[in-house]
Write a protein that binds this ligand. Structure first.
Ligand code: SGN
Ligand code: CA
Length: 534
């Protein structure tokens, strides 16, 4: 009997050598897709150490591939998610903005994975106005969701409310599914989707206590006056000083605003505070007040004598304390899920992706929010770990887009992607083969007029230049020299020295519009949609 295991392994070796199938047939990889909402790459230490340390998220880059020029096609939440799931630009999948529900007749890659033997699950924020198709299990936040004691729309339990902190709850749901519901006979696609760090930025108790004491370096362009750019930058309503809510965002209590005579920034300013802070249990609220009341008291003392410049700096610090505090919980959650993979022997055969639905302004150009084709919102974090395929600790500078994920995952699963998907598989890039990848990307933003008032625009971005056309209630073009003007402070569209570049980029943009099947008729159709449905 003592020799039995030896005998077994010899037999297995023999059979394995005889039958190439057993040795060669690759196991289809699991896919863990982690996405947070509005997580700027500036707030991930794998990209920049200026603001926060995110050791767990960084681990994915350290053990995998960090994309330094990943970008989106339309920098706003649900459109980005629709692009990811369908592999098609907004004008073709129809989800041009946050307002109209996603058209579920679109075919999404999780449906295809499910049809091809993958077990699929989604937890967290989707923001589609309807439930996801192609998922064996899901628990999603209604709309934007809330930070404390969230409601969930579920596949099997109706609508439920769970007490606790949303980021932690989404992490626990993900871990519980892996532990209790995973079908070990199938590969999985698991979408672990954080609400954090979306506005109105409420950190967990353990993090606000720590982050409220911190001070962060200001970005170079915090006091931008938008000279050098057109009407779109001037007229956007995303400025920290003038458009950020006092109660909802900066957490000045509504009664303190009244006492100081500070008017609401928007009519949902105080409402935003109630919607979020007002959801806390008495215990959570007492803990919150113990930290945020003293901050309000300090502010009451200093506000009357503060200059506009001082106020801007103060609002920036307040913003960063809460925004980055929210990210701390995301990073912890990612760490727990990666540890689970390690402990359960899943690391080797699981592709792990960390990304956001778009980039975000962290005070650059004086802004918060996103929407623009300008770099901070156009670019998005992206890192991928795939042991045995991706060499650990590598970087890639190609302009990959959220449009590419669907085809990438389908190829990884060994499934042919539908012909009408518009991205490019990233698998050659994973293997270090960067030849033949696209050298220009197409971008198109629609949600206007709407919150933050960023005008409609489309454009083309290459490594060197960015050409943008703002349209609808304006007709303006901008050109940026990305190498010489990293902060995009001055459009050189009318500079004679760039006449050739303008000509060349305009032709390339027209060609991209044709390639991706976008055109003026569609632009008009989507403008008219707003006229008939205000
Ligand atoms: C809310 C936010 C906006 C944000 C949109 C879209 N306002 O309307 O600041 O741009 O969501 O965000 S809030 O005061 O209600 O938070 S997205 O991530 O869903 O696109
Ligand atoms: Ca978002």
């Amino acid at each position: 009997m003592r020799f039995y295991p030896v005998f077994l392994s010899i037999t297995f070796f023999f059979v394995a050598c005889q039958s190439k199938e057993i040795v060669k047939a690759p196991k289809r990889p699991n896919i863990l897709f982690i996405m947070s909402d509005d997580h700027a790459y500036q707030a991930i230490s794998a990209y920049s150490k200026k603001l926060i340390n995110t050791p767990n998220i960084d681990r994915i880059a350290r053990e995998g591939l960090l994309f330094t020029n990943a970008c989106v096609t339309n920098s706003i939440c649900s459109p980005s998610r629709a692009v990811i799931l369908t592999g098609k630009h907004s004008h073709l999948n129809g989800k041009i903005d946050n307002r109209f529900p996603f058209d579920t007749t679109n075919i999404s890659f999780p449906q295809i994975l499910q049809d091809n033997g993958y077990q699929t699950a989604m937890f967290g924020k989707l923001h589609f106005g309807n439930s996801p198709k192609g998922f064996d299990q899901f628990r999603i936040l209604p709309g934007q969701g809330t930070y404390y004691n969230p409601d969930f729309i579920t596949k099997n339990e109706g609508e439920i409310k769970i007490e606790g902190y949303t980021t932690d709850i989404i992490t626990d749901m993900t871990l519980d599914w892996l532990e209790a519901e995973r079908d070990t006979s199938k590969p999985f696609f698991l979408a672990y989707l954080h609400k954090a760090p979306h506005r109105e930025w409420l950190p967990a108790e353990r993090h606000y206590q720590e982050f409220i004491k911190k001070t962060f370096p200001e970005p170079e362009t915090l006091f931008d006056n938008y000279d050098g750019r057109g009407r779109a930058a001037h007229e956007a309503e995303m400025n920290l000083l003038t458009h950020m809510n006092w109660a909802g965002d900066s957490k000045i209590y509504p009664e303190v605003m009244d006492e100081l005579g500070i008017p609401q920034t928007a009519n949902w300013d105080k409402q935003g505070f109630e919607r979020e802070v007002g959801r806390q249990t008495p215990t959570q609220r007492a803990a919150w007040d113990a930290v945020y009341r003293p901050m309000n008291e300090e502010f009451k003392k200093s506000y009357p004598t503060m200059t506009k410049k001082e106020l801007m700096s103060w609002r920036y610090q307040r913003y960063m304390q809460d925004y980055l505090g929210c990210i701390a919980a995301v990073d912890e959650g990612v760490g727990k899920v990666l540890d689970y993979l390690d402990k359960n022997n899943l690391t080797e055969n699981t592709i792990v992706v960390y990304t956001s639905d778009q980039g975000f302004y962290l005070g650059e150009h004086g802004w918060f929010d996103k929407r623009f084709i300008y770099d901070e919102s156009f670019k998005t974090p992206l890192m991928v770990r795939w042991p045995g395929v991706i060499k650990p600790g590598t970087n890639n500078t190609q302009m990959v887009q959220n449009l590419d994920y669907a085809q990438t995952f389908l190829e990884a699963a060994g499934v042919t992607a539908p012909d009408d998907m518009q991205g490019e598989s990233l698998i050659p890039l994973f293997k270090g083969d960067t030849a033949n990848f696209r050298d220009a990307v197409y971008y198109h933003y629609y949600e206007y007029p709407a919150v933050h008032m960023v005008k409609r625009h489309y454009g083309i971005v290459t490594e060197e230049y960015k050409l943008v056309h703002f349209y609808d209630d304006v007709d303006e073009w901008e050109l940026y020299d990305r190498k010489k003007d990293k902060n995009e402070m001055k459009s050189v569209y009318s500079d004679p020295a760039y006449a050739e570049v303008v000509k060349d980029m305009t032709a390339k943009l027209a060609a991209l519009r044709i390639k991706y099947k976008d055109n003026e008729e569609l632009d008009k159709k989507y403008i008219d949609l707003y006229k008939t449905d205000q």
